[in-house]
Design a protein around this ligand. Structure first.
Ligand SMILES: Cc1cc2nc3c(=O)[nH]c(=O)nc-3n(C[C@H](O)[C@H](O)[C@H](O)COP(=O)(O)OP(=O)(O)OC[C@H]3O[C@@H](n4cnc5c(N)ncnc54)[C@H](O)[C@@H]3O)c2cc1C
Length: 387
């Protein structure tokens, strides 16, 4: 966090290496993303492959994984990178999260040695792009009821069904597809050029416009036996991948909020009405103070969860606490910042409304706020209210 917003002096509690990683990522985003991202957002187009290769060079793809060309960074370092990525744009952070925490993690954790060798090194450099297909047109929060089927035909598998709202699907080389088999949910590595696979881009999104989202149709897709992820048994496998990605969102969301607040602080101190800067009005200071307090609380929460993760003590319900709080508060900050910018708050010349719109998607994906409330509720009460 930059100086005036670091109300609690969190910066010195990061290690020298953590600060260095954060600063290098911030510099790359300042050079390669910030000057262009408003245009990408407006046009609904993003040079995702080019970005993936740049991020790969810096070791940001599968950053927290070990071996196979991955950087093996700490959870806190990965979180700090996510914070910087999302301070530029939630869609840009999504590119990295889906590649590293969903697609690569699924292969790294549940794949065979051959699958890891085949995909992970090229995904770590950004040469190959992955996506993660769990959500379906009729099954979102309740993936256990998924309709996509994988049936045996001799040694082969035949997949039929469809996945919806899949980040990177239209540009991906490989999809991790979760499907129902006679033995329960299993994961499959599906090359996107396989006969029977089609990916259509979802247009007219009003959020996350600097991110490619698509629908995948699987029409009797025949795959060899070794396309199955051998260690992925049941729904807990994809859910564990979601926990990885949600952890990155805990950090990312505060990045978007920080960028809104930095923008707003600069605006409010220079814009004059009634003969004084907006920042000089008590009502504006009350808004700024409340937002800065929420920001630093979110940052403390992210850092705490990161330290737990690095000590291998982080539980999924704790990640739910972080995702629920930090996305909700980031969205509230973005909306409040927008009011301080007045009419300029609705302009793409400032990043605030772009962040606010993006955070609407972040609120929904990787488990909606309601689903995380239910996870926390179950932890508190011992009662599952899911079904
Ligand atoms: C831009 C974007 C990118 C995405 N990328 C991916 C991706 O890469 N891979 C992927 O698999 N998915 C992806 N998703 C899908 C996302 O994970 C789902 O949208 C999310 O899980 C919610 O599912 P749904 O949209 O079907 O909503 P629904 O499940 O239909 O929920 C609608 C509303 O009902 C509420 N609700 C549902 N069940 C309950 C309950 N039991 N109690 C109380 N309230 C409930 C929800 O909280 C929500 O408010 C993406 C979504 C977006 C918007």
């Amino acid at each position: 966090m930059t100086a005036p917003l670091d109300l609690l002096d969190l910066d010195p509690s990061l290690s020298e290496e953590e600060r260095q990683i954060r600063d290098v990522v911030r510099q790359l985003l300042d050079d390669r993303v910030r000057p262009h991202v408003a245009d990408w957002y407006e046009d609904g187009r993003v040079p995702a492959r080019e970005l993936a290769r740049e991020f790969g060079k810096l070791g940001l793809l599968g950053m927290h994984l070990t071996g196979y060309g991955c950087a093996g960074a700490s959870a806190v370092a990965y979180g700090l990178a996510c914070q910087e990525l999302e301070a530029s744009d939630s869609g840009v952070r999504s590119l990295v999260s889906v590649q590293g925490s969903l697609a690569m993690f699924a292969i790294w954790r549940y794949g065979s040695e051959e699958q890891k060798q085949r995909w992970l090194p090229s995904m770590a450099t950004g040469e190959a792009i992955g996506c993660f297909g769990l959500t379906e047109p009729d099954h979102g929060s309740d993936p256990a009821s998924m309709a996509t089927r994988a049936r045996r035909d001799g040694d082969d598998w035949v997949l039929t069904g469809g996945k919806m709202w899949i980040t990177n699907a239209p540009i991906a080389d490989v999809a991790v597809i979760w499907a129902r088999t006679d033995e329960g949910v299993r994961g499959f590595l599906v090359p996107m050029d396989e006969p029977g696979v089609t990916a259509r881009e979802i247009r007219r999104k009003m959020s996350l416009r600097a991110s490619v989202t698509g629908e995948i149709v699987l029409d009797d897709v025949r795959l060899p036996a070794d396309a199955q992820l051998p260690e992925a048994i049941g729904l807990k496998a994809p859910l564990s991948c979601l926990t990885e990605a949600r952890y990155g969102i805990v950090w990312g969301a505060v990045g978007a909020a920080r960028d809104c607040l930095e923008t707003t602080l600069a605006y409010a101190t220079t814009r004059t009405q009634f003969g004084r800067p907006l920042a000089g009005f008590q009502l504006t200071q009350a808004k700024l103070a409340d937002m800065a307090v929420e920001l630093v609380k979110g940052q403390l929460l992210a850092l705490h969860l990161g330290r737990l993760a690095d000590a291998h003590r982080l539980r999924p319900d704790q990640v739910s606490v972080g995702k629920l709080n930090n996305v909700r508060e980031a969205l509230a900050i973005a909306r409040q910042c927008r009011t301080i910018l007045g009419a300029n708050g609705v302009s793409g010349e400032y990043p605030v409304m772009r962040h606010a719109n993006n955070l609407e998607s972040v609120l929904t994906y990787e488990g909606t706020s309601e689903i995380h409330q239910l996870v926390v509720g179950q932890r508190l009460t011992g009662l599952s209210a899911f079904a």
